[in-house]
Design a protein around this ligand. Structure first.
Ligand code: GDP
Ligand code: IMO
Ligand code: MG
Length: 418
């Protein structure tokens, strides 16, 4: 059976949504397995733009079904809003969405906590304020609310009372909803989901279906934002790597390939180390041309050059097997392109960071390559061949625009070289 995971190669926003959308109609199921509405995955369908924060990036009116796995933290209000928008245009969309009742909820309290914590930090992380950290914290500290609690009003009420009590004591801040108000807020959203004909089905019940059909796993964020192996503490709180598929009952060994989405340059939103970051005119030029503004928060993304040491580190940590390169078109017409080949860390020159701490002291060492006119120019082929050789995995597809169809295989690209 065909099973592929698509993950972000570095700090997110590489174009995972578009790439998932491109491949989605070859798969029966498209599965989100981690993160929450901190993700913003942009797709175009019939020339219209959609930004999915929680829903997988299927083509909205084909037959693929969506699954939201237990590793996610789900903001029900956001989910209902995304579903209602799709349902208006594509009747029956909700009935093709399945959610694992083991998933945890992001409550409005979590979003408020996210804000309180950011305000208290001496050095804020620059979170999306979507409540992700506090929701995963509650999960680990055993205070979380699972989706299945919505179906047992008494248990839900008790858990909300406990949560409210703990949170009020911890923050000494006023939360906008009382425990009772939260109860009715959640029950109302549950009814909306039921009206939208969403299915609540656990991975346990799905296992024989998943085992006998094709599944595309849609990663969120990127390897360097991973809680365990990213540039801690400037990371998110979920798993950003293919091993997150375990929350849907799969092992990474059962995947045919792990495709990492690689932007032709690098971006990052929020604080934290970014060795190849550029500032000033050049960064602004790439930002404007690449429309590098967060799909979730609208914040300008930080911009920099291709970073090979970071990619080598991410490849080892996440086990990705091939690349899709996106946004190559944004660098069309640049005379020179810089690529970071190694880091200077203190007195040492390293090609692969040993720990995520190395990113904090890395000074980039660059090589310069000639730029290209467009992605059918020989210099572009040289650029991707150079990266393939340095990282040791192939770049199989090239994306040259935001629309789903603006993508081709490397062999087609070579056939069309000028
Ligand atoms: P994701 O979080 O990885 O799904 O990426 P985002 O959707 O947050 O950001 C990627 C942005 O780049 C979106 O605005 C996409 O429409 C756009 N995009 C994706 N691929 C390409 C491409 O190849 N070229 C250009 N110019 N834009 C692209
Ligand atoms: P997609 O899936 C880029 C970043 C935030 C912040 C850090 C922690 O669209 O690629 P959080 O709200 O998760 O606690 O924020 O992680 N971040 C992302 N950056 N793309 C994303 O998702 C991100 N999701 C979180 O900017 O630096
Ligand atoms: Mg994004």
């Amino acid at each position: 059976m065909n099973r592929m995971a698509i993950v972000g190669s570095l700090w997110g926003d590489e174009g995972k949504g578009k790439v998932v959308n491109y491949f989605s109609d070859k798969y029966e199921w498209v599965v989100r397995f981690s993160g929450g509405s901190n993700a913003g995955h942009t797709i175009y369908y019939n020339e219209k733009k959609y930004v999915n924060h929680l829903l997988p990036c299927i083509k909205p009116n084909n037959d693929s079904k969506s699954f939201l796995g237990a590793g996610m933290v789900i903001d029900l209000e956001q989910l209902v809003s995304e579903l209602e928008d799709y349902e208006k245009e594509f009747k029956g969309y909700g009935s093709r969405v399945y959610i694992d009742p083991e998933a945890f909820l992001v409550l409005p309290w979590h979003k408020e906590e996210d804000g309180f914590l950011e305000d208290m930090r001496r050095e804020p992380i620059g979170t999306t304020k979507r409540g992700i950290g506090p929701a995963y914290t509650d999960k680990s500290s055993r205070e979380g609310i699972k989706l299945y609690h919505l179906f047992d009003k008494e248990t839900l009420k008790e858990r909300l009372l406990d949560n409210y009590h703990l949170k009020k004591n911890k923050y000494n801040e006023k939360f906008s909803l009382s425990a009772d108000e939260m109860l009715y807020y959640l029950l109302n959203l549950k009814d909306k989901l039921l009206n939208l004909k969403v299915n609540f089905t656990s991975a346990i019940d799905m296992v024989s279906i998943f085992r006998n059909t094709s599944v595309l796993f849609e990663g969120a964020q990127g390897v360097l934002l991973d809680l365990d192996f990213g540039t801690y503490p400037f990371v998110t709180s979920g798993s950003c790597m293919a091993h997150g598929v375990s929350s849907v009952g799969f092992s990474t060994f059962e995947l045919d390939n792990v495709m990492a989405v690689l932007k032709a340059y690098t971006t990052r939103v929020g604080a934290g180390p970014f060795p190849t970051e550029e500032e000033g005119e050049l960064a602004e030029k790439i930002r404007q041309k690449g429309n590098e503004f967060g799909a979730t928060t609208g914040r300008p993304r930080r911009v920099g050059w291709m970073d090979l040491p970071a990619l080598r580190y991410a490849k080892i940590r996440s086990g990705y097997t091939d690349f899709v390169m996106t946004k190559a078109d944004v660098l069309n017409g640049f005379e020179k392109i810089k690529v970071c080949t190694a880091y200077k860390c203190g007195d040492e020159i390293i090609e692969v960071p040993s720990t995520s701490f190395d990113f904090f002291r890395a000074e980039p060492i660059y090589e310069e390559l000639p730029g290209w006119e467009d992605t059918h120019s020989i210099n572009f082929l040289k650029y991707i061949t150079y990266i393939e050789e340095k990282i040791g995995i192939p770049i199989d597809y090239i994306s040259y625009g935001p629309k789903t169809y603006e993508m081709e295989s490397k062999s087609d690209m070579i056939m069309n070289l000028k």
